[in-house]
Design a binder for this molecule. Structure first.
Ligand SMILES: [Zn+2]
Length: 74
């Protein structure tokens, strides 16, 4: 299946030469970018879930309660 000697690094997504003698080292910036990129679907799903929840009666109550608490402390 995978005959390529280059495989993507699971940490940073960089293509790593499997035949290379020198071990791959992740670039911190690249790894952070890659992991944020990997999380974007989860972030989008969370946002959709929160918006869906806020549309329910319980969510509207919590929104009201939160606003009330903000006013009380402010
Ligand atoms: Zn890497």
């Amino acid at each position: 299946m995978f005959n390529s000697r280059f495989m993507p690094c699971t940490e940073c997504g960089d293509s790593v030469d499997q035949a290379s003698d020198s071990p791959h080292q992740c670039s911190p910036e690249r790894r952070a970018d890659y992991q944020m990129f990997g999380l974007r679907d989860e972030v989008a799903q969370l946002q959709t879930a929160v918006e869906g929840y806020l549309g329910t009666a319980a969510g509207r109550f919590e929104t009201w309660l939160a606003a009330r608490q903000v006013r009380a402390t402010g």
